[in-house]
Design a protein around this ligand. Sequence first.
Ligand SMILES: NC(=O)c1ccc[n+]([C@@H]2O[C@H](COP(=O)([O-])OP(=O)(O)OC[C@H]3O[C@@H](n4cnc5c(N)ncnc54)[C@H](OP(=O)(O)O)[C@@H]3O)[C@@H](O)[C@H]2O)c1
Length: 399
Amino acid sequence: MFSPTSVAMRTAARGAFRQATSSSSSITAAPNSNRGLSSSRPAFNQAAACIVGRQRRGYVATTNPNPPLGKKNASNDIPSRIGLIGARGYTGQALIDLLDQHLYMDLQHVSSRELNGQALQGYSKREIIYENLSPEDVARLDTDIDCWVMALPNGVCKPYIEAIDQAQKHTGHRSVIVDLSADYRFDKQWTYSLAELTKRSTICQSTKISNPGCYATAAQLGIAPLLPFIDGNGLISIFGVSGYSGAGTKPSDKNNVTLLADNLIPYSLTNHIHEREISHHLGGAKVGFVPHVASWFRGIHLTINIPLNEVMNSRDIRQIYQDRYAGEKLVKVVGEPPMVKNIYKRHGVEIGGLAVDSTGKRVVVCATIDNLNKGASTQCLQNMNLALGYAEYEGIPTM
Ligand SMILES: NC(=O)c1ccc[n+]([C@@H]2O[C@H](COP(=O)([O-])OP(=O)(O)OC[C@H]3O[C@@H](n4cnc5c(N)ncnc54)[C@H](OP(=O)(O)O)[C@@H]3O)[C@@H](O)[C@H]2O)c1
């Protein structure tokens, strides 16, 4: 159980963290961008600067231009009050499990139309009853909440955001909002927050956070270190296979276990929203993404073909990945292609394979991610920690 704390104390605690991080964390962000990896000739030059590696303050001194913000960067030890909209779904439930183990997150409201009136299971810090919260309810409750998490399907969130915005014009309160859907991933008013690639100090100062998609997280992490070496005339092709929890709880062919038995279902073969997301947030890299769904429940495998602009070998490429992700506790670079069964319920991304063909100008990178963890709820908690002033990995089992 947490004790009540004044708004002034909460705001001061978050503010101190923001100041501390904003003065220390400048990486290679392009003007008008909150990412280390985007501009108009984009990504390639930016990322080159990252690879060369400026050393910055962090808890490890490395070639990683954007190192994690550890305990020494945290300033807040006051519990934060959390409201979760879309709590019945797969990602909402995965987040509840994490919040239950977190030192400072104090879940106060969970919303679901279907479970309205039922007791929340799996949360031990207080008794909570599911409510069916409307946008107006959320606006009314906003001053008592430090962070809202929206775990709703695409296209549903907007009335909630508008109601909170409207209420805050009168109250001046600034809750953090993290949205798990794709609705704000291309919106400049929001911070697209993939902590390993987004300037972390920007996330610390953000109140509107758009959580990246699951496939898009693994793909960007799998491609980003090589951006300076990619042949811009070629296509980066990404073959992805997800477990069926990726399709959410609403029944469809993509989560029909009978149809999926002994089967693999391709879908959205062109123009999947994650294709646009990956390309956009890697500075316009040319990407073709083909998703599939398989019969297992959770976990994604990606095989990524990358055309190179110079002859390289596997060992050099592995070194590039290891340098870029040095100190990262949610990214693991491995030798062999990682296996999806090994990432089940784990909280990071494994990247491996890194096989170069006989011309030396094409590399195949494999990446695995648990779509409900680093693909959604773990990433959400990582962002909540940063935005609320806690150590980035607080409450997250690292790799
Ligand atoms: N599943 C994944 O692997 C994954 C990974 C990354 C991101 N995401 C994104 O995260 C979001 C949530 O995904 P999910 O898999 O957790 O979905 P889900 O399992 O289908 O759950 C959706 C949640 O939203 C609520 N809901 C549905 N329609 C609603 C409406 N019209 N108004 C209010 N509430 C509504 C549902 O509860 P009630 O019906 O009881 O109200 C449920 O709690 C989606 O935008 C998804 O794209 C998912």
